[in-house]
Write a protein that binds this ligand. Structure first.
Ligand code: AMP
Length: 142
Protein backbone atom coordinates (compact mmCIF):
# COMPACT_ATOMS: atom_id res chain seq x y z
CA UNK A 1 0.00 0.00 0.00
CA UNK A 2 1.18 3.53 -0.77
CA UNK A 3 1.25 6.60 1.45
CA UNK A 4 -1.27 8.23 -0.92
CA UNK A 5 -3.78 5.49 0.07
CA UNK A 6 -3.18 6.16 3.77
CA UNK A 7 -3.77 9.89 3.25
CA UNK A 8 -6.94 9.17 1.29
CA UNK A 9 -8.31 7.37 4.36
CA UNK A 10 -7.08 9.65 7.12
CA UNK A 11 -7.08 12.98 5.28
CA UNK A 12 -4.29 15.34 4.29
CA UNK A 13 -4.63 17.70 7.25
CA UNK A 14 -1.42 18.50 9.09
CA UNK A 15 -1.22 20.33 12.39
CA UNK A 16 1.55 22.88 12.15
CA UNK A 17 3.21 25.40 14.40
CA UNK A 18 5.76 28.16 13.92
CA UNK A 19 9.34 28.44 15.26
CA UNK A 20 8.27 31.47 17.33
CA UNK A 21 5.48 29.68 19.18
CA UNK A 22 6.05 29.52 22.94
CA UNK A 23 6.46 25.92 24.14
CA UNK A 24 3.64 26.42 26.68
CA UNK A 25 1.25 27.12 23.76
CA UNK A 26 2.65 24.20 21.79
CA UNK A 27 1.90 21.87 24.74
CA UNK A 28 -1.61 23.27 24.91
CA UNK A 29 -2.06 22.59 21.18
CA UNK A 30 -0.73 19.02 21.45
CA UNK A 31 -3.15 18.29 24.30
CA UNK A 32 -6.20 19.97 22.72
CA UNK A 33 -5.66 18.33 19.34
CA UNK A 34 -4.63 15.00 20.88
CA UNK A 35 -1.49 14.62 18.72
CA UNK A 36 2.11 13.78 19.58
CA UNK A 37 3.91 16.08 17.18
CA UNK A 38 3.54 19.14 14.98
CA UNK A 39 5.35 20.12 11.83
CA UNK A 40 7.14 23.46 12.16
CA UNK A 41 6.65 25.68 9.14
CA UNK A 42 8.46 28.86 8.15
CA UNK A 43 7.35 31.44 5.55
CA UNK A 44 7.56 29.01 2.65
CA UNK A 45 8.50 25.55 3.82
CA UNK A 46 8.94 22.96 6.55
CA UNK A 47 11.72 24.07 8.91
CA UNK A 48 11.42 21.39 11.59
CA UNK A 49 9.33 18.96 13.58
CA UNK A 50 8.59 19.04 17.30
CA UNK A 51 7.21 16.14 19.32
CA UNK A 52 6.14 15.59 22.91
CA UNK A 53 9.50 13.84 23.39
CA UNK A 54 11.33 17.12 22.70
CA UNK A 55 9.22 18.86 25.34
CA UNK A 56 9.91 16.12 27.90
CA UNK A 57 13.66 16.35 27.20
CA UNK A 58 13.58 20.13 27.58
CA UNK A 59 11.64 19.87 30.86
CA UNK A 60 14.17 17.34 32.15
CA UNK A 61 17.09 19.63 31.25
CA UNK A 62 15.65 23.05 32.19
CA UNK A 63 12.69 22.42 34.47
CA UNK A 64 9.40 24.31 34.07
CA UNK A 65 11.25 27.33 32.61
CA UNK A 66 11.44 25.27 29.42
CA UNK A 67 7.76 26.10 28.90
CA UNK A 68 8.76 29.72 28.18
CA UNK A 69 11.21 28.69 25.41
CA UNK A 70 10.32 28.92 21.73
CA UNK A 71 9.60 25.95 19.50
CA UNK A 72 12.79 26.86 17.56
CA UNK A 73 14.79 25.96 20.71
CA UNK A 74 13.41 22.43 21.00
CA UNK A 75 12.51 21.29 17.46
CA UNK A 76 14.48 18.91 15.25
CA UNK A 77 15.57 20.69 12.07
CA UNK A 78 16.85 17.70 10.10
CA UNK A 79 13.40 16.39 9.19
CA UNK A 80 12.92 12.89 7.78
CA UNK A 81 10.18 13.07 5.15
CA UNK A 82 8.51 10.77 2.63
CA UNK A 83 6.39 11.27 -0.49
CA UNK A 84 2.88 10.08 -1.40
CA UNK A 85 4.45 7.58 -3.78
CA UNK A 86 6.41 5.78 -1.06
CA UNK A 87 5.09 2.50 0.35
CA UNK A 88 3.85 1.95 3.89
CA UNK A 89 6.43 -0.86 4.30
CA UNK A 90 9.19 1.55 3.26
CA UNK A 91 7.93 4.16 5.70
CA UNK A 92 7.79 1.59 8.47
CA UNK A 93 11.49 0.79 7.86
CA UNK A 94 12.31 4.52 7.74
CA UNK A 95 10.62 5.08 11.11
CA UNK A 96 12.51 2.17 12.64
CA UNK A 97 15.89 3.28 11.26
CA UNK A 98 15.50 6.90 12.40
CA UNK A 99 13.56 6.06 15.59
CA UNK A 100 10.80 8.57 14.82
CA UNK A 101 7.04 8.12 15.11
CA UNK A 102 5.92 10.94 12.79
CA UNK A 103 6.88 11.53 9.16
CA UNK A 104 5.63 14.51 7.14
CA UNK A 105 4.66 13.76 3.54
CA UNK A 106 6.24 16.27 1.16
CA UNK A 107 5.40 16.22 -2.56
CA UNK A 108 7.39 18.59 -4.78
CA UNK A 109 8.20 20.79 -1.81
CA UNK A 110 4.55 20.96 -0.70
CA UNK A 111 3.43 19.59 2.70
CA UNK A 112 0.85 16.98 1.66
CA UNK A 113 0.14 15.20 4.96
CA UNK A 114 1.68 13.44 7.93
CA UNK A 115 1.82 9.76 8.82
CA UNK A 116 2.29 8.55 12.38
CA UNK A 117 3.39 5.14 13.59
CA UNK A 118 -0.25 4.67 14.70
CA UNK A 119 -1.39 5.14 11.08
CA UNK A 120 1.19 2.57 9.94
CA UNK A 121 0.04 0.01 12.53
CA UNK A 122 -3.64 0.61 11.67
CA UNK A 123 -2.95 0.16 7.94
CA UNK A 124 -0.99 -3.05 8.54
CA UNK A 125 -3.73 -4.47 10.77
CA UNK A 126 -6.38 -3.72 8.12
CA UNK A 127 -4.21 -5.42 5.48
CA UNK A 128 -3.77 -8.50 7.69
CA UNK A 129 -7.52 -8.63 8.40
CA UNK A 130 -8.31 -8.43 4.66
CA UNK A 131 -5.77 -11.20 3.94
CA UNK A 132 -7.28 -13.35 6.71
CA UNK A 133 -10.82 -12.90 5.30
CA UNK A 134 -9.61 -13.79 1.78
CA UNK A 135 -7.90 -16.93 3.04
CA UNK A 136 -10.96 -17.94 5.09
CA UNK A 137 -13.21 -17.43 2.04
CA UNK A 138 -10.79 -19.44 -0.12
CA UNK A 139 -10.78 -22.34 2.37
CA UNK A 140 -14.55 -22.41 2.99
CA UNK A 141 -15.41 -22.06 -0.70
CA UNK A 142 -12.66 -24.43 -1.86
P1 AMP B 1 8.69 11.01 17.88
O1 AMP B 1 9.13 9.60 18.04
O2 AMP B 1 8.09 11.26 16.52
O3 AMP B 1 7.86 11.53 19.00
O4 AMP B 1 10.01 11.91 17.88
C1 AMP B 1 11.18 11.55 18.59
C2 AMP B 1 12.29 12.55 18.25
O5 AMP B 1 12.52 12.56 16.84
C3 AMP B 1 12.01 14.01 18.61
O6 AMP B 1 13.24 14.63 18.92
C4 AMP B 1 11.44 14.60 17.32
O7 AMP B 1 11.68 16.00 17.17
C5 AMP B 1 12.20 13.83 16.29
N1 AMP B 1 11.39 13.57 15.10
C6 AMP B 1 10.10 13.18 15.04
N2 AMP B 1 9.70 13.02 13.78
C7 AMP B 1 10.77 13.33 13.01
C8 AMP B 1 11.02 13.36 11.62
N3 AMP B 1 10.09 13.05 10.73
N4 AMP B 1 12.25 13.76 11.20
C9 AMP B 1 13.22 14.07 12.08
N5 AMP B 1 13.06 14.05 13.39
C10 AMP B 1 11.86 13.69 13.87
Amino acid sequence: MRIADVLRNKGAGVLTTSPDTVVRDLVSGLVKRNVGAMVVVGPDSVVGIVSERDVVRMLHEHGVEALECRVADVMTTDVVTCTSEDTVDGLSALMTTHRVRHVPVVDDGRLAGIVSIGDVVKTRMEELQAEREQLAAYITQG
